[in-house]
Every structure is written in C-alpha cells, then in structure tokens.
Write a protein that binds this ligand. Structure first.
Ligand SMILES: Cc1cc2nc3c(=O)[nH]c(=O)nc-3n(C[C@H](O)[C@H](O)[C@H](O)COP(=O)(O)O)c2cc1C
Length: 408
C-alpha cells in the first residue's frame, strides 16, 4: 500500500499539492551584495524540486533592505528584482513542486554590524544573555507600521508575478510579527498593542494586505506554538490567533516555536519527553486540531518515515515540515519513496567544548555551509566536523562568524 506521505492534498482554493512533504524555510544567505538571488540559489532550489518535496518554502526574504537578518539575505522591494525572481521560480517549480516565498522582517533580531538600527513594537531589548549582539531597538511609529504592512503586500505581489506559487508570512521565531504578538516585547498603548486582539492586529493586517494584492493565492503563516519565555506569547494565545487566522481565510499554518531568546525550534531546550514523539510541537498541534481546521504543517524534529506517517495517521498534521534533513538529503522524499532510507540520523552540531557549545548553537552555520555546497553543485558532507566548519567560517568572515549564530 502506498504510504500516506505520498497522498495528494487539496488546499481550500483547489490548489493540489502532490504529497505531504513540506520543506521548512532555511535562510540560504546566498544572495549577492545587491540582495539579488544568485545561480547558487537557483541550483539549490532545483535540487530540492527534483528531490520530490511537495511544497518548498524559501529561506526568509526580507521586505525592507534596512532590516536584514544576515548580510546576504534576498530583499524584495520593487520590480527591479523580477528577472532574478523569475529564474528562481522557474527552477524551483519544476517537477510539479510548489515554491512559496517566506516573507520576513527581523524587527529587533537583526545583529549589530549588519543594520544601522533596529525597530520593534516597543523599545525593549532582547534578553540580557544575548542583547549585546543587537542594537537597542527603537519603537516603530504608527506610520512606519502602516508602511511595513504595505511592504509585505508589495513583496507578495511581486513574488506572485515572478511565478512563485504561494507565500508564507514569517510570524514565528521572535522576528517582528512574533514581537508584536508577545506581551513581553509589545507594550504599546495604541491599537497595535494591549490584549491579544491588539497584539495580533499587525499579523492580521499583513495577511489582509497580501490577500488584497494577490487574490486567490496560497498564503501560509508560520507561527509559534509559544515563545517559551516568561511573560511571552502562550499556547492559549497561539490557539486563539490560529482560530482568527482560520476565519480570515489563511490557507495553511506552519507550527514551530521559540526565538533567539529560547531557540526551541531546533530542539535546543526541548524536554526529553517531547523529543520522544520525534516532532517537538505535535502535542500542541493535536490540541489545536480540536478547534481549528486550517491545513497544518508541523515543523521541527521529524526524522523517520514511521514518525512522519504516524503523525498524519493520528491526524495531528496534514504536512510534514522538514528543514535540516533536507540540507543533507535534498532528495529525501524520493529516497523514502524508493525505500532507500527509513530514518535520517543527524548529530547535534557541537564542537565538543562545553563552554563554547553552551553559548553558541552551530546548527545554522553548519547547515548553511551544506546548502552553499549544494548550491555550488558540490556534494554535501554529512560527517563534516563542526570545528572545521567553524574554522572555515572564521577564515572566510572573520569575527562576524563567531558572533551570535542565528537560531531562526
Ligand atoms: C540553517 C537554518 C536556517 C533557517 N532559516 C529559517 C528561516 O529563514 N525561516 C524560518 O521560518 N525558519 C528557519 N529555520 C528553522 C527551520 O525552518 C525549522 O523550523 C527548524 O530547523 C526545525 O526543523 P528541523 O528539525 O526539520 O530542522 C532555519 C533553520 C536552519 C537550520
């Protein structure tokens, strides 16, 4: 009998997705210095498309060049980017693959040295353990908030025109939208703050603007099940926001969790009992399903064919969100279909010296290097030692490489 993982899925607007594999966004940071996509990006996405994934979400694309998460992010502000995006969309949609552009604004999670200043709902710095790596944020004015909403809509319109088949709003991991949702980071007294209805207004308005600009087009939101921070965004609030997004007509929700302050999205600090279920946010998804009926992708921790199938059979999710395994096995869905792989085993990315490993997660650095290899047509190196990867990064980028590693 064919595995449920290869069963087609139809979104509410009739869009057909060929299977249940959903590539979670991984920032490629492979743009050129003008923030345009490059041949390495086209090649990387062609590999993923050929590898059999149903929906491929791009790494985060920024809506404002003054607000970058990394120096080599793609930025989409106007139609001058169209020729580059058209090539990306063409290569990334072969093999009946859906290619959705993830749109993001980092808010206060933009490191020093990359941006001149950071903006946020309120002028509140990140947790003291990491705040020294980021400029102290400035509170957004209400006209700036309106401008950002317009920017999200404009970038989505350009993505659609270029041939991307959907977009995703990055509302998770402590970036700007997630900062608006959090009572810890949003202490505004105007219409954009206060209770959860006020705090989610920015997300809702971004969604409505994108819908206005794109019409019938798959729009996904990636959101946290919780921030896992004191006085942060809670699971109850996440359930409520998801319910409102359903009423608004969002086509698919991707569930994750955490932020730079507590990076649970990559499994760090996740309880051992939770990890036993393989995927970190499955229990939340099961609770959410009782009241909210938007198609779901749960991302974080999926490694085995069995674990993936069980999650869909248990009706905890419709799609299997996968990120890091696809940086090592870009053709994972094909390998699963051919029965050539049952489980992906990935070691934690540590150099082996506690004092360094406790301070810095090397996941992003190590996986980014593998994506760069793929983009340049080289083979991945699944056993590449983390300390060599660190050394290479330092030789290439100097001290920037050992500043806080982005945890997404
Ligand atoms: C190198 C790297 C870059 C990432 N970039 C993004 C990003 O741009 N946007 C995003 O929503 N998540 C990003 N993530 C998080 C992943 O989408 C995913 O939530 C996380 O890795 C857990 O899934 P996994 O266990 O399948 O890797 C990134 C993760 C890694 C390792």
């Amino acid at each position: 009998m064919e595995s449920i993982l290869f069963k087609e899925f139809k979104l509410k607007n009739g869009t057909k997705i060929k299977n249940r594999f959903f590539k979670g966004a991984m920032s490629e940071a492979l743009a050129n210095k003008y923030h345009q996509p490059t041949e390495a990006i086209y090649h990387l996405y062609e590999k993923w498309a050929l590898g059999g994934t149903g929906i491929v979400v791009t790494g985060n694309v920024m809506v404002d060049k003054r607000a970058l998460g990394e120096s080599r992010n793609v930025v989409v502000e106007d139609e001058s980017m169209l020729p580059f995006l058209e090539k990306w969309a063409e290569r990334g949609t072969i093999n009946d693959t859906h290619l959705w552009m993830q749109l993001n604004h980092p808010g206060k999670q933009a490191p020093k040295g990359i941006v001149k200043e950071t903006v946020a709902p309120s002028a509140i710095p990140l947790h003291e353990s990491i705040s020294k790596f980021f400029p102290h944020p400035r509170e957004l004015t209400s006209s700036e908030v309106s401008d950002l909403i317009r920017r999200f809509g404009n970038s989505a319109k350009i993505a659609k025109k270029a041939g991307f088949t959907g977009v995703q709003i990055h509302g998770a991991h402590g970036y700007l939208i997630s900062q608006f949702l959090s009572p810890r980071h949003n202490q505004r007294k105007d219409e954009w703050g206060g209770d959860i209805d006020g705090r989610m207004k920015f997300l809702i308005e971004v969604y409505r603007e994108i819908r206005n600009q794109t019409g019938s087009f798959p729009i996904s939101v990636k959101m946290n099940s919780a921030d896992f921070m004191k006085a942060g965004f809670t699971e109850e609030e996440a359930m409520y926001v998801a319910g409102q997004l359903e009423k608004e007509g969002v086509d698919l929700l991707e569930i994750s969790g955490g932020s730079y302050e507590n990076p649970q999205m990559t499994g760090r600090n996740v309880k051992a009992s939770t990890k036993q279920r393989e995927a970190y946010f499955l229990e939340f998804a099961e609770r959410l399903r009782q009241t909210v009926h938007i198609p779901l992708s749960v991302t974080g921790g999926f490694r085995s064919k069995n674990g993936m199938e069980n999650a869909i059979h248990a009706n905890a999710t419709d799609f299997i969100g996968i990120a890091r395994p696809l940086a090592v096995y870009p053709d994972l869905p094909n390998l699963i279909a051919q029965n050539s792989i049952q489980e992906v085993v990935l070691s934690e990315k540590k150099v082996g010296v506690n004092i360094i490993d406790n301070k810095m997660p090397f996941e992003v650095l190590w996986y980014s290097q593998q994506m760069e290899r793929l983009g340049k047509g080289k083979k991945v190196k699944p056993n590449h030692p983390v300390w060599i990867s660190l050394l290479q990064a330092v030789l290439k980028n100097g001290k920037e490489a050992i500043q806080l590693q982005r945890a997404k």
